[in-house]
Structure formats: C-alpha cells, structure tokens
Design a protein around this ligand. Sequence first.
Ligand code: ZN
Length: 246
Amino acid sequence: MMQESVQSLSAAAMLEVWEQGAGRHPLDQALLLLRYACPEQPFEAMCEWSIGQRDAHLLALRRQTIGDRIAAYAECLACRSELEFELSCTTLLASSATSNTTWTTVEQGGRAWELRGPNSRDLALAIAAADPEQARQVLLSRCVRSGAEDAEAAVWARANGAALAGRLSELDPLAEVLIDLRCEVCGQQWQALFDIVTFFWNELQARSRRLLQEVDLLARTYGWTEGEVLRLSDQRRGMYVEMALS
Ligand SMILES: [Zn+2]
C-alpha cells in the first residue's frame, strides 16, 4: 500500500473537489479525491486499483486532512434509538493488508478459478447494467476467469455465480467494511456498512460550506480576497473568524 504518499487536502483543494464533484456518482467523487490525494499517480492506474485499495487511500486522505477519529451515528433497527460510535482510520486501514488487484487462485465447485478484486472501472460498468443480476454477471465476467476457456467453463461459472461473487468480496476485505453494533437501550445487535466515500464526501460538503461562510465573513471584515483567506492556516483563519465575530 502506498498510503504514505497521500497528501492532505488544503482548504483551496477541498473547495475545488467539492465544486467539481457535487451531484456526481460516488465512484467519480472517489476518483476525484484520489487525484488530489495522489497527484503523482497516473489516473488510469488509480481507476484500476481494487475498491479496497481505493478506500485505503481515501482513509489515509481522511486521516491526513481531518484526523484519525471518525464519529459515526446509526439508528437501532429495533427501537430506533440513536447510537453513536467511533471508528479509527488507522484501525480500518489495518484490515486492508490483504486487498490486492492481482489474480488469486481459489477453488470453487471442484474447479480452480482465478479471481481479482473489482476496481472502479468494473463497478462503473456494473452500475450501468439493467438489473442486479446483469451487474453481477458483468463483475463475474471481468473479475473471474477459469483455467480452461471453453463452453463447459461458462456453464460452471453460471452454476457457481453466487458462490464466486461471495469469494470476490472475501478477496478484498476493505471493499465492504461491516461494523458490529449493539443498541444500549434494547440490546439489539446488527452489522452496519461503513462506506468511506459517502461518509468523507458528506464531511467535505459540510466543511466546504463552512469555509465559504468564513471567506465571506473575513472578506467583508478585512477586505481580503478568497485566495488570501484560503491561504491562511486553519488555526489563523479560526482566530480571525473569532475576532471578526466578537
Ligand atoms: Zn434498540
């Protein structure tokens, strides 16, 4: 993993990403974030990172930009109580050690298959499919291959489709992060999906809005331009905002 080479988002970069990605599909928003996080990486290569690799870089970017601690909320499935829980980017990253984009051989239905974790291109094609079954077929056709390319292999692939799709998700543990939750009010236990793309995007949206309010306030108070305000460090900008409001 190359998370060490991830750069944090500056205030100006955050606004650019938010502006360009607003209303786009989360697959595009994730790639847009990666462009800023890893400027030296060719875009084509990032599109071919497995979803687990992509999310590992997004977690590293989130840690660099906002911090390690993630405060999340869920609603109890049984009694609808609100539950607060904490996650750590570092802990989540620790589970990504096994994600990879290379072909791995697994055995399923008495036959050897080669599998690789889906990447952003695979998913872009899958979401364009007419229905979930066709989407699964798209993923299987791109991410699973059998040693022998014959008609018999195609029949086997269809018969083992569900099992092979399950093996694909095992291959890339960070592609689907499930959090164990327990309601303190009624004791209900369940697993919730944590999606770093949606979570981080919502945070960036809230931060961008606040940044623009700060630019507005400081421009009106001191006559500074947007560029000048965005070049201030978070600490300095925060102090000026306090003074402007007092
Ligand atoms: Zn409950």
